[in-house]
Design a protein around this ligand. Structure first.
Ligand code: ZN
Length: 161
């Protein structure tokens, strides 16, 4: 198996976790980033790349639309209607996710981006793992095929918890 990686950085967005007992229940913001580990059994015979990064323009555009200067709210947030009103009044750009946690966001992103990769690569390239990071200290990972390995340790242990 071959692997390659790509990082997308600088997605300024806000979120809140309403069921959290601590300060995460309050609306707060981060610069999120996304780190992908792509895999393929065979490289592209023309370029010998796993993933031709010039084929990721659609992924970047989708990430921008979802996470650049947006407000991420859980689908079951009890104040969802209030956030919809703020969106309608042009105060926020609302994006409703199943859950805004880094782990859940990583899964949400993988589910969408894998579909785009399938179209671009004819199903050759798969996502081995995706890390969603909110700051230097905190991130969550999703491994769509299971089998988490030590790559996450090697690449993302920037700070303590
Ligand atoms: Zn928080």
């Amino acid at each position: 198996m071959f692997k390659s990686t790509k990082r997308f950085v600088g997605f300024s967005c806000a979120h809140r976790q309403p069921s959290h007992d601590g300060h995460c229940q309050y609306l707060h913001g981060y610069s999120r980033s996304f780190y992908f580990i792509f895999g393929a059994d065979e490289v592209d015979p023309r370029t010998h790349f796993v993933m031709d990064f010039s084929g990721l323009k659609g992924v970047k555009a989708w990430l921008d639309n979802m996470f650049d200067h947006t407000c991420l709210i859980n689908a079951d947030d009890p104040e969802l209607e209030l956030f919809k009103q703020l969106d309608e009044r042009g105060i926020i750009q609302l994006r409703v996710l199943p859950n805004v946690s880094m782990e859940a966001t990583a899964k949400y992103v993988v589910d969408h981006v894998q579909t785009m990769l399938d179209e671009v690569t004819g199903g050759r390239v798969f996502i081995h793992a995706c890390e969603c990071r909110e700051n230097d200290k905190n991130s969550g990972w999703y491994y769509p095929r299971g089998g988490a390995d030590d790559i996450s340790q090697a690449t993302s242990e920037i700070g303590d918890s």
